[in-house]
Each structure stands twice: as structure tokens, then as C-alpha cells.
Write a protein that binds this ligand. Structure first.
Ligand code: GLN
Length: 455
């Protein structure tokens, strides 16, 4: 009764057979020949990878989960794709997502829903549900995701996989279709922290094609992930990210993780981030505002789909209107309307301006918290994977899934979600719980070190 490929999971929008096989054969040939070329192969050479369909690729279509880009082929590769091609990771295909990465369940895709491999009646998280489901279902050992408000970490949490949102600016955004440019970041999805760290190390680094790219050297994340000692590490529990709205099973697993970290020698402290109360509100103003501006490029002229009105004069405005009416889904339209409203003259200070002030307060909360703690910890998602359809008609309920992940995007700091066991929800279904670690900007290595201790 389940539609879609891969036994109904529908993690992929596009599967690339030939390209992946050719790359794998090439790596095989180099390895068998031995010598300097084999020695020089990247440690991940030959390891297959799936790419979220928000990241552009030559030779494989990119849809962003939207009808707007149906059949569109990018004329260039994203910088991260260039890097994985140079390192010879076979690209298995493009994974499903909420349209233009807007959502927390992958139900807002124009190419069908993705199902959670743990229970196919449940959501795989979003927007990167396809990447997470592919890795969880052993359809790919590695995947790339993007995280604007949690789209790598929350799908990671509900599918029992590992996902990292790197420090803002540390991985090039060139070729990631922009959602909210001041929040977006590409990152790794994997089954272990070490795999995630190795992929992170490969894709990070300065890129002159991204004006917000940091000039930093790439730290040895792989090595950090192998140093799983938390002896003496101060781990701060964020008081505001637990309690109301969090399922009891999620909180029980969270407490067990704290106990395990303490037993491993970590010092558990409590920190307050009082302005987090306003994080969700600020995010759902800033994100739609930036998205409404970014999505203006889909005008029926420059990219993909064009719909011409059946009657009346053929003006640019009418073509644009007909194209957007047909090409964008409901959630995308909702956010464009929210964003253009928040940015309109007269409302700008009240909405966008206030949201930016909240953003500063959240940054200050993090600065203060990182004076008493080396890393911070919280559940990644307040709930385990919920039933398909449950929150589809209730945008606010859907947005509430992001409470714990959004602050890191607003502050630009790194975060990881790692599996923290299974918990039952109200219906008794046992599903994965994710534990989130956060570190100061540019200290991504710390999240691998701390998260590794839970494996
Ligand atoms: N769920 C969040 C949203 O809908 C996050 C999306 C993302 O990180 N791309 O905006």
C-alpha cells in the first residue's frame, strides 16, 4: 500500500546508477594498481554518498523538492559536490526534502513523502528526511544535508542517525539553493560520529565563491571524533530546552545520557538561556523574510518551470503569477507571504528589526553559557517521530519541532545530533531519540569529542 521506490521509503528523488558505478570502478582500478596514486586516495574514496536535492549537481537533476525546478539541470556543481567528486566518493543520487527545505517532516515535497525506516507510518523528520532515511535504512553510508533551523539534526534525531550543522561560514554554501542565507549551512549525515567528522573535514574550508566563507584552516575533525574522552569536560544542560512540550521518554533518555557522560568523567553543570523563549518567533520571521527575497529568482524566466496563462495578455507579471501559483506548494507560499509582510514598509522595525534584536540576545545567552560550560547539551527534538499527516494541517505544531535546534542557527554555532536510544511515545511505539551537543563558533571539534563519548 506504500507508493514510491526503495520498498516505499522514497528517500531518493533521483537515483544515479551509472555515475556512481563508474566512480566506484575508477577507485577500484586505482587501488588494485597500487603505488603513489593509490596512496594518495582520500580515506573516503569509494564510499558512496547521497546528496540532498537542494545542493546542485551537474549530470543529475536538482529539484529542491519543488515542481518549480522539475527537470532542471544545474550548469555547475556546488563546491561541496566538487570536493566529494575530487575525493572520488560515488554519488548515489539526490535525496528527498521538504520543498525548498521548508518543513520538519518531508511531507511538503512535490515528489511524495519519505517514510521513516524505523516505522513507515512515521515521518523521517525534515527538511532533510531523505538523507536521514537513506542513511538509517542502509541505502547510503553517508549523505549531505543542509541545516537552516535543524534540517540535518532533527531528521538525524528521529531516524537514529548522526548529523552535524557546522559553524556558519565554515562549509561553502556555493551551490546550496538559498533558503535563508544568514542561517543556511551544509553538513554531514552519517551512522557514526567518526564518519560524520571525516565527511565534515572533507567538505569544510574557505571558498572565495561564498562571500560569507570563513578564511580558517580546517581542523582535524576525524581525529577529534576518535578522542572520545570527556574527562574534565564541562557539559552545560540548557534549562530552557527540557520540560514542557518534551515527551517523557525523550527526557528519560536525555537523563541517561547525562548519567553516562558523568560516569565518563564529565562535569555536568546547568546553564540558563532565558531568551530562547523568543527563538522560535524570531526564526519564523527571519527565515521567511530571507526566503521571500531568495525565492524571487523563480520567476518563470530564469529557471525551470514556466506556465503561461491560458487567456488574456501575455505580460511578464501574468506569466510570473501563473508560474508561481502552479510551481510553489502551500508551505512555500505561506512563507513567502509571511516574509514579504514582515519586510514591508511600516512593519520592518516591528517584525524583522525585533527579530534581529532577539538574535543578538540569543548570541549573548550562548556567550554567557560558554563561560561556564565547554559544550552544551539538550534533546535534539522534543518528540520522537510522529505519525505521517499528524501535523500537516497545523503549521505551528510543525514549527514547534524546531525549538531546540533553531538557537544554534540564529547564533551561527555548531551542533550535532547523535542517537540516544529508543523511547516510547503515547501510543507505545518505540522510536529513536536524538541528543544534541552545541559548541562555540569554530569549535566544531568539541561536538565530535563530546558526542563520541556517547557511542
Ligand atoms: N524545520 C525548519 C523549517 O521549516 C528548518 C528547516 C531547515 O533547516 N531547512 O524552517
Amino acid at each position: 500500500a506504500v507508493d514510491g521506490g526503495e520498498k516505499g521509503l522514497n528517500a531518493y528523488i533521483h537515483v544515479s546508477g551509472e555515475e556512481a558505478l563508474a566512480t566506484a570502478a575508477e577507485v577500484d582500478a586505482i587501488r588494485s594498481a597500487g603505488g603513489a596514486e593509490a596512496e594518495a586516495l582520500h580515506p573516503l574514496a569509494g564510499v558512496p554518498i547521497a546528496v540532498k536535492d537542494l545542493i546542485v549537481t551537474t549530470g543529475q537533476p536538482t529539484t529542491a523538492g519543488s515542481k518549480m525546478l522539475e527537470g532542471w539541470m544545474s550548469p555547475y556543481d556546488a563546491t561541496v559536490v566538487e570536493k566529494i567528486r575530487t575525493a572520488k566518493l560515488p554519488i548515489l543520487g539526490k535525496t528527498n526534502l521538504d520543498e525548498f527545505a521548508m518543513g520538519s517532516s518531508t511531507e511538503h515535497s512535490a515528489y511524495g513523502v519519505t517514510r521513516n525506516p524505523w516505522n513507515i507510518e512515521r515521518i523521517p523528520g525534515g527538511s532533510g528526511g531523505g538523507s536521514a532515511a537513506a542513511v538509517a535504512a542502509f541505502e547510503a553510508p553517508l549523505a549531505l544535508g543542509t541545516d537552516t533551523g535543524g534540517s540535518i539534526r532533527q531528521p538525524g534525531a528521529v531516524t537514529g542517525t548522526v548529523g552535524t550543522k557546522p559553524t556558519y561560514g565554515s562549509v561553502s554554501r556555493y551551490g546550496a539553493i538559498a533558503m535563508a542565507s544568514s542561517l543556511d549551512q551544509i553538513g554531514p549525515v552519517a551512522r557514526t560520529t567518526e564518519d560524520a567528522a571525516l565527511l565534515h573535514e572533507l567538505i569544510a574550508g574557505h571558498d572565495p565563491k561564498d562571500s560569507t566563507s570563513l578564511p580558517d584552516e580546517v581542523p582535524a575533525f576525524g581525529e577529534a571524533s576518535r578522542n572520545q574522552s570527556v574527562e574534565g569536560l564541562r557539559i552545560g544542560v540548557i534549562r530552557q530546552l527540557q520540560g514542557e512540550g518534551y515527551q517523557s521518554g525523550v527526557l528519560a533518555r536525555f537523563q541517561e545520557s547525562l548519567d553516562a557522560l558523568k560516569a565518563a568523567g564529565a562535569e555536568i553543570v546547568e546553564v540558563d538561556c532565558t531568551s530562547f523563549e523568543y527563538a522560535l518567533g524570531a526564526y519564523y520571521l527571519i527565515m521567511p523574510s530571507e526566503a521571500s527575497s531568495n525565492l524571487a529568482r523563480f520567476d518563470g524566466v530564469r529557471y525551470g518551470t514556466r506556465v503561461t496563462p491560458e487567456e488574456g495578455p501575455l505580460t511578464i507579471e501574468r506569466v510570473m503569477g501563473a508560474t508561481r501559483a502552479a510551481g510553489f506548494g502551500e508551505e512555500v507560499k505561506r512563507r513567502i507571504i509571511l516574509g514579504t509582510y514582515a519586510l514591508s514598509a511600516g512593519y520592518y522595525d516591528a517584525y524583522y528589526g525585533s527579530a534581529q534584536k532577539v538574535r543578538t540576545l540569543i548570541q549573548r545567552d550562548f556567550d554567557a553559557a560558554f563561560e561556564t560550560a565547554d559544550v552544551l547539551i539538550s534533546p535534539t527534538s522534543p518528540v520522537v517521530a510522529f505519525p505521517l499527516g499528524e501535523k500537516l494541517d497545523d503549521p505551528l505544531a510543525m514549527y514547534l519541532n524546531d525549538v531546540a535546534t533553531i538557537p544554534a542557527n540564529l547564533a551561527g554555532i555548531p551542533g550535532i545530533s547523535v542517537p540516544g536510544g529508543l523511547a516510547a511515545d503515547e501510543s507505545g511505539a518505540e522510536l529513536p531519540v536524538g541528543i544534541q551537543f552545541l559548541a562555540p563558533a569554530r569549535e566544531d571539534a568539541r561536538v565530535y569529542q563530546a558526542a563520541g563519548a556517547l557511542e
